[in-house]
Design a binder for this molecule. Structure first.
Ligand SMILES: Nc1nc2c(ncn2[C@@H]2O[C@H](COP(=O)(O)OP(=O)(O)O[C@H]3O[C@H](CO)[C@@H](O)[C@H](O)[C@@H]3O)[C@@H](O)[C@H]2O)c(=O)[nH]1
Ligand SMILES: [Mg+2]
Length: 194
């Protein structure tokens, strides 16, 4: 018995303004071998990369704070989100992108990163795969203010806080971003701070 087969996939473009949204109609073969028609919308904003910047000696991490409209629309009172530094893959691969994004958003020039895992973040509706990294930073690596790309309206604030404080902020709900929680918990499980 075949299971999980898909056929007759038809994609209808609903929106391609900034990113693209497709309505996908397809036939899906159930476990009992019957074919059924399903419709699912899929939002494609490309893939992304995210990193936890940490300093083992100081016991600190670098996070960012920025306005996120979708959260504002769904109950986040001021729309501000505390997140690990992240960006969408445009020109290079995940590693090149995250190194560039770290400098753009936080002002640190790092050269070494370590990939820890990759994950779909919202598999029922968003196509994106997110590549997760960790990387050590030193105060001497700070080369600029950060804040985001000059041609973009990101207005990113750079936060330097203790790892303990960041963990507390998950418990209090001040950190409510999945990729950030995943990386902080990775650091805790793998005892990055000893
Ligand atoms: N004009 C316009 N600009 C947009 C739109 N959507 C996003 N932008 C701009 O596009 C830029 C994308 O910045 P990046 O730093 O590359 O991406 P990111 O938004 O930080 O994405 C990261 O976080 C996402 C949410 O957690 C992740 O989904 C993504 O993979 C990545 O990790 C930002 O300047 C943002 O303001 C839009 O609809 N219109
Ligand atoms: Mg970003």
């Amino acid at each position: 018995m075949k299971y999980g087969n898909v056929k007759n996939i038809k994609k209808e473009l609903l929106s391609d303004n900034w990113y693209s949204l497709h309505k996908v109609t397809f036939q899906y073969q159930r476990e009992d071998a019957e074919w059924e028609t399903q419709i699912r919308e899929a939002y494609d904003r490309g893939n992304g990369a995210v990193i936890l910047l940490y300093n083992k000696k100081k016991g600190t991490v670098i996070l960012t704070r920025q306005f996120r409209m979708p959260t504002y629309l769904n109950g986040n009172e001021d729309g501000m989100m505390i997140e690990a530094c992240a960006g969408i893959l445009e020109k290079g691969n995940a590693e090149q992108t995250i190194i560039m994004e770290v400098e753009e958003e936080t002002g640190y020039k790092i050269t070494e990163v370590q990939k820890v895992f990759e994950s779909y973040m919202s598999p029922g509706s968003v196509t994106e795969v997110l590549y997760f990294f960790i990387g050590q930073y030193e105060d001497t690596m700070k080369v600029s203010e950060g804040g985001g790309a000059e041609d973009e309206t990101e207005n990113i604030e750079v936060l330097d806080m203790t790892f303990q404080k960041a963990l507390e902020m998950i418990a209090t709900g001040e950190i409510m971003d999945a990729k950030t929680i995943m990386l902080l918990q990775y650091a805790q499980i793998n005892q990055l701070f000893g």
